[in-house]
Design a protein around this ligand. Structure first.
Ligand code: PLP
Length: 397
């Protein structure tokens, strides 16, 4: 048997390896504090659950149009317009089985072999994986701390651009750092995209997981509607990670291409899940608001403990459910230098705290001197956050 050559270029979400180590620690009788999980331990919003049951009973169990059911496409367009000031209609929306497929379909629709794609680093590892799998070249641009927030290094980004650079991936409200652009940086990012005629994937997976309700989208700025595809997901807002429901929203010609890819790949997104998503989007918003409230409380508890832990500093993100603390001093003091794996293993063994590290979010860039880990607070209750990070603090003291 010979597996296709292109598969050797396919990456993965290596966080699964961390999960295996945590499971082994638990099997040996240890308590695990699962900060590695990028998943939620919160039930799916009730109105979504109820609507799914009803849709199944009503027989919404067969194929539906590849682009998605019309009422949901229409509601997606209206929801996007109300939050981003755009003028989309349903022909600008292609429903997807999750947000993740929007990444590969965006590249399939717009990238030719050899084209260069700017993507955030550290960043969601699937960008690098899919760009290389589909024959493109990754241009990683740094995400950097800027005082009390993380942002995108726009000077570095601009220097990477060549005549072969066609696409730009932006993950505002960023995984793993929570990075978001300031107003001035947003203007500059858009100016760069316009000047270099870049098509943009706006991955807004965490747009709705925003703690001061002030999320704004780059798509609202001049020239961006024409050149952007928005990645929308139901996974985080409604705690629907396993249901697989998302959408691509963008110019009609690109969305038509997405729909053609849908026909070829999955035919359509599960119909009763779409009816459930419609209820979530258009119904009472107290369920999703409660989810954000729970996450906000967890964030505050975790950041306070981390910032009182010797050798650790942690920026408090306004959005996403991840923390990206700087642990350089702690790793140095414990004698680990830049050996992330040994550090993570030592912490897991001695405290039960399980986490991903910088290495899980793209290949490190030359000249990086600070060391970071990523803690997700979406899959662990506030009491366990206190307990687990309390143990980490004792380990560090
Ligand atoms: N984009 C980013 C930045 C993410 O972190 C994730 C999930 O963790 C996704 C996209 C895809 O999420 P989903 O496929 O569950 O919608």
């Amino acid at each position: 048997m010979r597996i296709a050559d292109s598969i050797s270029r396919l990456g993965t979400e290596t966080a699964f390896a961390v999960a295996a180590k945590a499971a082994a620690h638990a099997a040996a009788g240890g308590k695990v504090y699962p900060f590695h999980l990028g998943d939620l331990n919160i039930p799916t919003a009730q109105i979504v659950q109820d609507a799914a049951m009803k849709a199944m009973r009503d027989g919404k169990t067969n194929y539906c149009p590849p682009a998605g059911i019309a009422p949901l496409r229409d509601a997606m367009a209206q929801d996007t317009n109300s939050k981003r000031g755009t003028k989309y209609s349903m022909e600008n929306v292609s429903m997807q089985p999750g947000g993740k497929p929007v990444i590969s379909k965006f590249l399939m629709a717009l990238m030719n072999p050899g084209d260069e794609v700017l993507c955030p680093n550290p960043g969601f590892p699937i960008y690098e994986s899919q760009i290389e799998f589909l024959g493109g070249k990754v241009l990683p641009y740094p995400i950097i701390p800027a005082g009390d927030y993380f942002t995108f290094d726009l000077d570095a980004l601009e220097k990477l651009i060549t005549p072969r650079t066609k696409l730009l991936i932006i993950n505002d409200y960023h995984n793993p750092t929570g990075a978001e652009l300031s107003a001035a940086e947003r203007e500059r990012m858009v100016e760069i995209a316009n000047r270099h005629n870049l098509m943009v994937l706006l991955d807004e997976a965490y747009f709705e997981t925003h703690y001061d309700n002030k999320a704004t989208s780059l798509v609202s700025l001049p020239g961006m509607v024409e050149r952007s595809v928005l990645l929308y997901t139901f996974s985080k807002k409604f705690a629907m990670t396993g249901w697989r429901l998302g959408a691509a929203i963008g110019p009609k010609a690109i969305i038509d291409t997405f729909n053609k890819l849908n026909v070829n790949i999955e035919s359509c997104t599960c119909q009763f899940v779409q009816w459930a998503g419609l209820a979530g989007l258009t119904g009472d918003q107290s369920g999703p608001e409660k989810i954000v409230g729970t996450l906000r409380e967890r964030r505050d508890v975790a950041v306070d403990i981390l910032n009182s832990t010797p050798g650790v500093t942690c920026i408090k993100p306004n959005a996403s459910f991840y923390l990206y603390p700087d642990v350089t001093d702690l790793m140095a003091r414990k004698g680990f230098g830049d050996n992330y794996d040994a550090f993570a293993e030592d912490v897991l063994t001695k405290t039960g705290v399980s986490f991903c590290t910088r290495l899980h979010f793209g290949r490190p860039l030359p000249g990086e001197t600070r060391r970071y880990i990523r803690l997700a607070f979406s899959g662990i209750d506030a009491a366990d956050i206190r307990d687990g990070l309390g143990k980490l603090k004792s380990y560090a003291s």
